[in-house]
Write a protein of this length. Structure first.
Ligand code: MN
Ligand code: MN
Length: 271
């Protein structure tokens, strides 16, 4: 599948094999391959829980992985690729990579969707101004997104590592944080206008998803996250699923969680 094959109304899947902006461990560059293997391994079918068969959906188009000309160019190349897809009237679900990919992905979406809202599931708020001198670090993408001035609301769910610097950044940018300690299954998430969804797999408890670089105990169950997504009342226009680290996975169980989320989020984007 090529970019030229993407048409209005399609959902493009794009792998982002990138992890050089990780602050602690490499590995998420391998995620797109592992997510596809899990999705197509034959142990499960391609029908979502709400009955949507993405395997039978001609609008579901996997573009394979984006290739980067260099590490330095990668952030710009992600934004260009995302803009190309969105400008064709299609939606984008990107898979894999560390969380630095969300900065350019969100920038591309703000240019097409005025009044964009962001829903961000993560153990971390990723609002650092910089990390070890790197402003494209996976610890910074939501600071970069908010600096565009084009994001209406950023709602972060599952946060359980908010330090003083990020608390100040959240106040500066007007970020709405639903900390993990305050989240309940009854928490409702409503958005007015277009919504971009970013899922960092470490929002899940490491017991459910050990294949991530940053183990942060006390997170959501897979069921909690799926139910939150299913009852989400919003105009979902794009999404990413990031931070799978196959080096830390156990018998591919986190890859399977990521594949399941790919299926459920795809159904939500196509529905
Ligand atoms: Mn993150
Ligand atoms: Mn995280």
């Amino acid at each position: 599948m090529k970019f030229q094959d993407i048409a209005k109304g399609d959902l493009a899947i794009l792998g982002l094999p990138l992890d050089h902006n990780s602050s602690y461990m490499m590995g998420p560059a391998l995620a797109p391959m592992r997510m596809r293997e899990a999705l197509h391994c034959g142990s499960a079918n391609l029908t979502s829980e709400n009955g949507y068969d993405i395997g039978a959906e001609p609008r579901w188009k996997d573009l394979g992985d984006l290739t980067f000309s260099s590490a330095e160019a990668s952030i710009g190349e992600i934004e260009a690729a995302a803009s190309d897809i969105i400008n064709r009237g299609a939606k984008l679900l990107s898979i894999g990579g560390d969380h630095s990919v969300s900065g350019p992905l969100i920038r591309a979406h703000t240019k097409v969707y005025p009044g964009l809202n962001i829903l961000h599931f993560d153990a971390h708020s990723d609002l650092y101004d910089e990390m070890e001198g790197n402003r494209d670090s996976h610890a910074c993408p939501f600071a970069r997104a908010m600096e565009t001035g084009q994001v209406k609301r950023l709602v972060q769910v599952g946060i359980r590592t908010l330090n003083q610097h990020q608390k100040e950044q959240a106040e500066r940018f007007g970020v709405e944080i639903i900390a993990m300690k305050d989240w309940t299954p009854d928490t409702t998430l409503n958005f007015d206008g277009p919504l971009y969804l970013s899922i960092d797999l470490d929002v899940l408890d490491p017991a459910f998803a050990p294949g991530v670089s940053h183990h942060e105990p006390g997170g959501m169950s897979v069921r909690d996250l799926l139910n939150s997504l299913h009852k989400l009342d919003a105009d979902l226009i794009g999404a990413d699923i990031v931070e799978l680290n196959p080096h830390r996975d156990l018998v591919g169980m986190t890859a399977m969680v990521a594949a399941k989320l790919t299926k459920e989020v795809s159904a939500k984007l196509l529905g």
